[in-house]
Design a protein around this ligand. Structure first.
Ligand code: MN
Length: 350
């Protein structure tokens, strides 16, 4: 997989790529290092540990290896001067000030400029292959959650439930975790990004799992809130409201829809019932990163097109009571969406 040709069509100039997901997306290389893309060459600069890996993963790239005597900056300097390049576009958003200064002083006579978001624009629309990886990660997530729910019992700690879920994701083929798993029971459910604790899961509580497998380098993102035994009317009302908000927004997902309009559908429904209780955005893009473009919030101006992958994840959080969130990662199509998750969104009682 090499997308350098497509990148060159969209951006003319010498680009230094340091973001590892961007390097992978463009060249296929997953190790540490950087990629220099110019009009005439594509070069990966790495060290001994990744030499063989680089030749396997990125055969179309020229390999330059750092050593104790030759650092990255000096390799860059000679590569640029060999092609008479006097302007280098760098990813300033992810560089440290220190690295920028080091580069600036090493490349005397070369102007450093901001690389525009070309790679991000390419990454936002997924190919069939990329959608396949995300679908596989979603399938692993569903199998793992189903297995976890079979084993879940009152008295288990949130940490234990978290370990079960993460173990099942690995057993079903996940490469790792797309992000730190959230397991929040009872009153902890009012924390949208709760960290699994030693708190025991009890009957009568809602329990939220927000988790993601990864496959082929791609993430998936899913949230289910389940009931431990029978729950009271207040919690049931929260669940039903979030469920309705989720379904209302989800059914409007299709090409042509503006992200902020989707956000409004869920928000306008929940706000009168639970004022101020849905404080985060409705969703976000998912791909090589767990959070990427487009943002599905009140500020989301992106018009959806086929191949966009977004989450729909409304939630309600009530301090001292609990909370609920329901989330799927879905694929935008011409006339709707594909939802790769098969775990029920109706309230599951464990
Ligand atoms: Mn999410």
């Amino acid at each position: 997989m090499n997308r350098v040709c497509e990148f060159r069509k969209r951006f003319q100039g010498a680009a230094l790529i340091e973001d590892r997901k961007n390097i992978y997306y463009l060249t296929g290389f997953t190790g540490e290092g950087c990629a220099l893309i110019t009009e005439n060459s594509q070069i990966i600069i790495t060290d001994f540990r990744y030499v063989e890996q680089c030749t396997r993963q990125a055969p179309e790239c020229r390999l330059e290896t750092t050593s104790k005597d030759v650092n990255r900056e000096s390799i860059l300097k000679s590569c640029l001067s060999a092609e008479n390049i006097n302007e280098l576009f760098v990813e300033t958003g992810i560089m440290t000030v220190n690295a920028y200064r080091r580069l600036e002083s090493a490349l005397e006579g070369v102007k450093l400029s901001d690389l525009p978001g070309t790679v991000g624009e390419m990454r936002i629309v997924k190919s069939e292959e990329e959608l396949g990886f995300i679908a596989k990660a979603a399938k692993i997530s569903c199998l793992a959650l189903e297995e976890t729910l079979k084993q879940l019992k009152p008295g288990m700690t949130e940490k234990y439930a978290c370990a079960l879920l993460e173990h099942e994701m690995r057993l079903h083929g996940s490469e790792g975790l797309a992000f730190d798993t959230i397991v929040a029971s009872g009153v902890n459910g009012s924390l949208p990004h709760a960290v699994p604790s030693d708190k025991q899961i009890q009957r009568g509580e809602l329990l939220t799992f927000d988790f993601g497998a990864s496959y082929g380098g791609y993430c998936s993102d899913c949230t289910r809130t389940v009931a431990i035994g029978s729950i009271g009317a207040e919690l049931r009302k929260i669940y039903d409201s979030v469920y309705t908000a989720h379904m209302k927004a989800l059914e409007k997902v299709k090409a042509g829809m503006v992200c902020k309009e989707l956000d409004s559908i869920a928000r306008d429904y929940l706000e009168p019932i639970y004022p101020g209780a849905f404080g985060h955005s409705l969703g976000h893009g998912v791909g090589l990163n767990i959070h990427e473009a487009p943002t599905v919030s009140q500020k989301g101006e992106t018009v959806l097109v086929p191949g966009h992958v977004i989450t729909i994840e409304p939630g309600v959080y009530i301090p001292n009571l609990g909370g609920c969130r329901i989330e799927d990662t879905v694929f935008v199509t011409e006339d709707g969406f594909v939802d790769p998750y098969t775990v029920s969104k109706q309230l599951i009682v464990v």
